[in-house]
Design a protein around this ligand. Structure first.
Ligand code: GLU
Length: 491
């Protein structure tokens, strides 16, 4: 590619960064990386009522956490700023006026009630609603009269005029980088508002002005914007500026094939992170929503994905967001984390425990023996519960199925008797427990059963981490206390 590649992600801060927006951001980022281009962040906050600073902060933080760092944007600046639309409100009227002066746009004085009546009439006659163009040819006198009534004009784009100036028929088409040729009959578009009567631009107008002024070369976004793209192409043409290339990504659907929403699980990047997902796993996972690696190896860091990325190979169909696959990937990424990093990442989920009860060595060992089955970082909270506090909560079925049995009671009484003399370091415990299991085996008790009894008494559970290590970390006093507590006949 010889031209300068400049792509952007342009989120509206009316919510936390959605996982779908993260995927769009990633594909733009990958496209920029692959083509030595620039990746730009623009905040589209023209809707003041829905914009919140906390959402802007969340968008910044989430993109950064995912490693999608931008070359130009509100915080880092750049040659084509400002990069926040609300700081560009003086720019849009200039271009709206240009379009009015050249006849590609006109003032519209219709009230919301009048427009509603037009829509109702269209519905009644079962026709698609298209604005009547009632205001297209208002004279200066008529306009002055309407203004005197207190009406303020919106500005509408003249679709048919632009269409016929640049295309021979009513068909408008473009070659989408992902989906191939897309077309529309512009007779069905209707003259749309580009500047509202309060002087603020609509999305379709602001986005074109900004993309043009910021020299965006390729626009990669969700297919829900295809209908907007046709309108935007006409605006570019009417302004006499180069039309960028477009690529529309299929949607992300929930496993039940409906739109991904809260009822399916987390949807915001920050929510996934709070729930215990690693951003490396998340970004790898979203890359696979529409893209597949040429070597079939799905687990890949972003820089390797960037090297392998080809926009024309993106699937044009919708992708299913398989939460189970994400969980699998997350567990894989947790396994790959070096111990020091893992410990840091687990800290937020260990807040409820008094970690000062453990020495550093005990803490490290605890993480070492509990990390294996973690699917989410947050699973650690439950996995280490029995390391803290004097007593342990016993699951009801552990009590009835294990601890209440004569076998368990025998094992525990004997364990208490013998282990008084043991050193509670792992090596000794390992040896002693082996011999201990052997003794019970001779009495017809399976080694597994022997260990179940001890585990149940000490952890309240029947499954868990390496038992020798657990005993060593807890230490003799705590272990004795817990075992004594469940013994029915006191020794
Ligand atoms: N602000 C728009 C959105 O969040 C941007 C769409 C676009 O990429 O043009 O959907």
């Amino acid at each position: 590619m010889t031209e300068d590649v400049r792509v952007r992600i342009a989120p509206s801060p009316s919510g936390n960064l959605h996982i779908g927006t993260a995927r769009t951001a990633l594909f733009n980022y990958l496209f920029a990386k692959k083509n030595n281009g620039k990746f730009i962040l623009r905040i589209e906050d023209t809707d003041a009522e829905r914009t919140k600073q906390e959402y802007i902060d969340n968008i910044f933080d989430s993109l950064k956490a995912l490693g999608l760092n931008w070359d130009e944007g509100p915080d880092v600046g750049g040659e084509y700023g400002p990069y926040t639309q609300s700081e560009r409100f003086d720019i849009y009227p200039v271009y709206a006026k240009k379009l009015v002066d050249s006849g590609y746009a006109y003032e519209c004085y219709c009230t919301p009630e009048e427009l509603e009546a037009e829509k109702e009439a269209a519905t009644a006659s079962k026709k698609p609603y298209v604005y009547s163009k009632k205001c297209e040819h208002l004279t200066e006198e008529e306009k002055a009269k309407l203004r005197a009534e207190g009406r303020k004009p919106a500005i509408r784009f003249n679709v048919s005029k632009a269409q016929h100036a640049f295309h021979p028929t009513s068909e408008l088409s473009f070659d989408d980088m992902v989906k191939g040729e897309l077309k529309v009959n512009t007779d069905l578009i209707g003259d749309f508002v580009i500047m509202k009567s309060n002087g603020t631009p609509t999305y379709n107008f602001a986005v074109v002005i900004d993309d043009a002024l910021m020299k965006i070369s390729h626009i990669i976004r969700g297919e829900d914007h295809i209908s907007n793209t046709f309108k935007q192409i006409l605006i570019y043409e009417a302004l006499g500026v180069e039309v960028p290339k477009f690529g529309h990504l299929g949607m992300i659907l929930a496993p039940d094939r409906s739109k991904l929403s809260k009822r399916h699980g987390a949807t915001a990047v920050s929510e996934f992170v709070e729930n215990g997902y690693l951003t490396d796993a998340l970004i790898n996972f979203v890359a696979l929503l529409g893209w597949s690696p040429s070597d079939g190896v799905e687990i890949k860091p972003v820089d390797e994905i960037a090297a392998d990325f080809r926009i024309n190979e993106i699937s044009s169909s919708n992708s299913i967001f398989e939460y189970d696959k994400l969980r699998w990937m997350n567990s894989h990424y947790i396994k790959m984390l070096p111990m020091d990093e893992l410990k840091k990442k687990l800290m937020p989920y260990l807040k409820k425990y008094d970690l000062s009860q453990l020495t550093e060595a005990q803490f490290n060992r605890m993480i070492e023996i509990t990390r294996e089955p973690l699917i989410l970082l947050s699973d650690i909270t439950d996995a280490v519960e029995y390391f803290f506090g004097e007593d342990v909560e016993i699951e009801p079925e552990v009590q009835t199925d294990v601890l209440d049995t004569d076998t368990a009671q025998d094992v525990l009484a004997e364990f208490l008797k013998q282990s008084k003399a043991w050193n509670f370091d792992e090596e000794t415990l390992h040896e002693k427990l082996e011999a201990f299991r052997g003794e019970f085996k001779e009495k017809g008790i399976k080694p597994k059963q022997t260990m179940w009894a001890i585990r149940a008494a000490v952890t309240g559970r029947t499954k868990g981490a390496d038992m020798t290590a657990i005993l060593a970390i807890l230490g003799k006093d705590k272990v004795f206390k817990r075992v004594s507590k469940v013994l029915k006949s006191k020794v």
